[in-house]
Write a protein that binds this ligand. Structure first.
Ligand code: ADP
Length: 482
């Protein structure tokens, strides 16, 4: 929970910091813009005032001093309320006349020294900081200076600063609270995932988040998490069943061995009795050997630990499988046929050993379940035309070119209710029908399916009372398989 909260705090902190930067930039921009505009219009009015006064003086340039005296009597010319001062300097910087509240001689001197540019700021002593405008020299070397405190500009700017100083922290506080609350809401599915993961135990994987259909990234994460749990639960269940089945399968011959040995040792026996017991024990031992070999094969193909991929000719593989099982077929009174289906090139990418094992298994089953006098056909086809009622061992990908090797027999067939389970581990459709009871582990087809899947293919099965058809589908080799 500590980590979750820290993510929440971190998100809120970043969000608030970003807002602080934005607000500061925004406030700065507004302040600078307002300042420029206020000073612009302030300076404009200062210039207008300067022109008014200069024009009044120009009326009688021969008697400038008198003109100013007349002006100073004209109250309407002096804007006392704004703190304005108008000063008339002679060429030597002496004040000839001034309008507005009189300035000290030091202030007057500072004002004279400051003139030079048209409009500028002058910081005097704090009590009379002004913005001043100066006329060009008039007739008689006179200069008019108009000075005003810049309060009309500074006051609104000051107000803007105060407004931001109050509003910005308030906005930040509200945003931080809102952000913290919203982040909490958004992160709720994460909290649910954490809780579910904590609740999960190896023996109980049934807990789900069930946050409903994916609406955003987090609910999508939750439903992906649920789907992953489904797969893990199914996998664990499969593993559990497999272990239970494997132990059960191994226990049966082991029990038989122990029972026979105990019985033989319980009292003195004849040599023939011991021989019979040892023969039985040997048979059970061989059955166990086969079973363990099958289990290893299955584990290997499950982990896709197949040898390096290389081009494998299915026609060669089928011919070899038929050759290897021809003796067994002859003993069972069954005929084996190869139909190459006119296929010129039947090359796939894969491991010849495991793929040969698939054909041997299918062919072995066909012999096992065929009546004497029956006929088995190994048939190659491209492109494959699967029978309509075919059941597949797993996911099917028909979008790439395929090759198919089918094994068709004339056995009693498999009923429809068994077909979907044939590829389950340790599944036997009908043990009574096997020719050799002991050779059946129920793992053969599961191994075939695992090998086919490891090669990007699958196994299909269809069956009728007249016989069954098992087909290995594999993608055609593209390139040199490296
Ligand atoms: P097993 O070792 O028992 O043969 P498999 O996985 O190879 O195990 O086969 C599973 C079951 O499928 C068999 O027990 C059998 O009932 C059925 N089966 C497989 N191949 C055939 C076939 N060609 N004809 C009829 N039934 C078959």
């Amino acid at each position: 929970m500590r980590r979750l909260r820290s993510v929440r705090v971190r998100l809120t902190a970043w969000y608030t910091l970003a807002l602080l930067v934005l607000l500061t930039l925004f406030a700065l921009a507004i302040y600078l813009l307002a300042r420029a505009q206020l000073y612009d219009s302030f300076d404009q009015s200062l210039r207008t005032r300067l022109q008014e006064v200069s024009a009044a003086l120009d009326h009688d340039s021969s008697e400038n001093h008198l003109a100013v005296t007349r002006l100073s009597r004209d109250e309407s010319m002096v804007n006392v309320a704004s703190g304005e001062r108008v000063l008339l300097f002679d060429g030597a910087g002496r004040v000839l006349d001034q309008l507005g509240k009189p300035l000290t001689p030091a202030q007057q001197a500072a004002l004279w020294r400051a003139v030079g540019s048209e409009v500028r700021m002058l910081w005097l002593d704090g009590s009379f900081d002004v913005r001043l405008a100066r006329s060009a020299p008039l007739a008689g070397g006179l200069t008019v200076v108009v000075a005003r405190p810049d309060d009309p500009v500074e006051q609104p700017l000051h107000n803007i600063l105060i407004a931001f100083a109050v509003a910005a922290p308030l906005a930040l506080l509200l945003a931080a609270i809102g952000g913290y609350f919203l982040t909490g809401r958004v992160l709720r599915p994460v909290a649910a995932i954490t809780h579910a993961a904590r609740e999960m135990r190896a023996h109980d994987l049934s807990h789900r988040l069930a946050l409903g259909p994916a609406q955003d990234e987090l609910t999508e994460l939750a439903s992906t998490f649920d789907a992953m749990l489904d797969r893990i639960e199914a996998g664990v269940e499969r593993q559990r069943r497999f272990t239970a089945d494997a132990s059960h399968e191994l226990r049966t011959p082991l029990t038989a061995i122990t029972t026979h040995a105990e019985l033989a040792l319980s009292e003195p026996r004849t040599a023939a009795d011991y021989r019979a017991t040892l023969t039985t024990i040997l048979g059970e031992g061989q059955q166990m050997q086969r079973l363990i070999a099958d289990l290893l094969d299955l584990a290997r193909s499950d982990a896709e630990q197949l040898a390096a991929q290389e081009p494998v000719d299915l026609l060669d593989l089928a011919t070899e499988a038929i050759g290897r099982l021809s003796g067994r077929a002859a003993a069972a009174g069954v005929e084996l046929w190869l139909d190459d289906g006119g296929v010129e090139r039947a090359v796939v990418c894969g491991s010849p050993g495991p793929l040969g094992r698939v054909l041997l298994n299918l062919l072995d089953n066909a012999i096992k379940y065929s009546p004497a006098g029956g006929c088995i056909v190994v048939q190659l086809a491209t492109p494959p035309a699967p029978p309509v009622a075919e059941v597949n061992s797993g996911e099917v990908q028909r979008n790439c070119p395929l090759l198919a090797v089918s094994v068709l027999d004339q056995g009693a067939g498999i009923t429809a209710d068994h077909l979907p389970h044939l590829f389950d581990r340790f599944y036997r459709a009908d043990a009574a029908r096997t020719r050799e009871e002991n050779s059946s582990s129920g793992l053969g087809l599961a191994i075939c399916a695992a090998i086919a899947h490891a090669h990007g293919g699958w196994i299909g099965v269809s069956s009728q009372p007249q016989g069954s058809r098992f087909t290995l589908y594999l993608p055609v080799a593209a390139g040199n398989c490296s």
